[in-house]
Design a protein around this ligand. Structure first.
Ligand code: TYD
Length: 212
């Protein structure tokens, strides 16, 4: 099973990932965890260019291509082999992040969004998640949680991040037009245990189906 978790910056993704990992351990799910962008030598190098080098001018199409390249490498080196070994794969962010941050948030129309999905599906070799959890949180709330220095993407301002939040909602609404599997919009403006309860219910249902 291939699971991704996504959402705006400061949506509490890190904490939910820890809770999912713990739940997997408690339920003896054989899993591996990766982080997009990164987790390969090429991906780590690209990650530095994309996130840490605030001095570097990166045009929107280059930004899109670099995120896609890091992901293609992660699939080739880590995700596909793990899925072939029958492991459950949990990934922090995936193609949906590119669709939202490099698509919806820069004001792309539906046709351009469809093109990003299509390029993305092709560059992932159709290795697409069975389940995607999207943490939905207003950026005003989320940004208060980010009490550290912001990276290049986080520094893009509140308006950009409002479009990110809106983009996630639209992407989930239109999910079946562009991607296989299922996406769940989870209200993340709530106590972490409440947020995880929603995620756990979906995971439990899936696990029961697999055991049948
Ligand atoms: P990261 O430090 O990995 O953390 P987090 O997911 O905890 O925010 O930051 C990744 C940043 O890159 C984040 O601001 C979202 C952005 N991003 C994109 O703009 N496009 C993408 O395709 C991906 C995967 C991430």
């Amino acid at each position: 099973m291939f699971i991704t978790i996504d959402g705006g910056d400061g949506s509490g993704k890190g904490l939910q990932i820890d809770l999912i990992k713990k739940w997997f351990e408690d339920n003896r799910v054989d899993f591996v965890f990766f982080h997009d962008p990164g987790d390969t030598a090429l991906g780590d190098a690209i990650r530095i260019l994309l996130l840490d080098r605030c001095d570097l001018s990166i045009c929107p199409k280059s930004e899109l291509a670099l995120f896609m390249a890091s992901r293609a490498q992660l699939i080739s080196e880590k995700i596909r082999p793990a899925l072939q070994e029958g492991k459950t794969v949990l990934v922090d962010r995936y193609l949906l992040s590119t669709v939202v941050y490099q698509g919806y948030a820069v004001g792309n129309n539906e046709e351009e969004i469809a093109r990003i999905w299509s390029i993305g599906r092709s560059l992932t070799d159709s290795v697409m998640p069975d389940l995607t959890f999207v943490l939905d949180c207003p950026p005003e709330v989320a940004f208060q949680r980010l009490n550290r220095d912001k990276d290049r993407i986080e520094s893009k301002g509140l308006e950009y991040h409002r479009r990110v939040a809106q983009g996630y909602r639209e992407a989930v609404r239109n999910w079946s037009k562009h991607a296989p599997g299922e996406a769940f919009l989870i209200n993340a403006d709530a106590a972490p245990e409440k947020v995880f309860e929603e995620i756990r219910n979906v995971l439990q249902t899936r696990l029961n189906q697999l055991k049948k």
